[in-house]
Design a protein around this ligand. Sequence first.
Ligand code: FMN
Length: 335
Amino acid sequence: MSRSQAMVDALDLLYRALYQGVLARLPEPVAIAIGQWGLRHLPLDRLRIFSNPDPRLAITLGGVRLPNPLILSSMYYDTAILARAMGLGWGAVTAKSITPGPRPGHPEPNLVRIQTAEGPGLVNCNGFKNPGLEAYRVALARLPHRVPLIVAAAGESAEDYVRVVEGLQEFGDLVELNISSPNTKLVYGWSTRPHELKDVFRAVRAATAKPIIVKISPDFRETNEEITIPAALDAGITIVNYGNTRRVEEPRLSQRSGGLSGPALFATTLENVRRVRARFGDRLELIATGGIDRPEYARRALEAGATACGIFTGFITRGPLLPRRILYALQPAGK
Ligand SMILES: Cc1cc2nc3c(=O)[nH]c(=O)nc-3n(C[C@H](O)[C@H](O)[C@H](O)COP(=O)(O)O)c2cc1C
């Protein structure tokens, strides 16, 4: 084991002790505030352990070079956090889904922890809290890209998606269409009227030359594979992110239901990747998202046919060293 790998393991143990001993015991809003303060203000990305990625791990996604196949999944809109995350070993970073106008999101409690048989997870009903297109354009204009940035759009109509994509595309290397978050009717409803998606896909495809990713829900397997993915391919969209959180009842949340994330999703994520790869072959590039919170899961998702892995909850529960630990495990022998 190299010295920097030993350092990563030591810091990782430290974070686990901090998470289990302190953060996981605090009320969620306090723990979130502390975690986000840390990401904004602690210059973790200056630690040498985060630099020098092995060039053999680089991939291309929609023709864009990523230094490695790990993508921070959509959740943060604060550009100070996105800038920091870009230096923590991710191959790309996704910004939060943005709607045409600002949204306050759902009232608290809108995020709770959950302990599942597979490990620690979250349930959220965030409700697309975001500053809206115009304010976010101003914020993104000041964000330097150390790794590719994926900008993300959410909406209720083809016009909404086109407006957001047209407004954000110049700031992103790729563009993600969120048609799958479960905690607002706004977006979850798309999978119940999937035939309308072909117009959304065509309109957005015509609105940008950037590579487009469609992010789908693990709750609508048949619709996804019979209607949504074929419609995306017909429109010339060839990257699928499978997928978002799974809708569950959760009486602790203000909306009484929300999106489950974390390792309880992994078995389904893996099956989805295998099936979609077998069915659509090389016509698609596939991002496996849902439950990847340890090196072994990332390796299995890539072996099952994923082009890249999306991760959010593991970054919180396992800590900022997770991408670095996964990269060590993925590194081909001989270095
Ligand atoms: C608090 C929270 C907010 C999220 N916000 C978004 C969002 O704005 N857009 C989106 O596409 N996904 C959003 N997600 C879903 C994640 O990007 C990811 O798809 C999901 O959590 C499953 O991956 P994981 O198990 O690695 O967390 C959010 C997840 C959480 C926990």
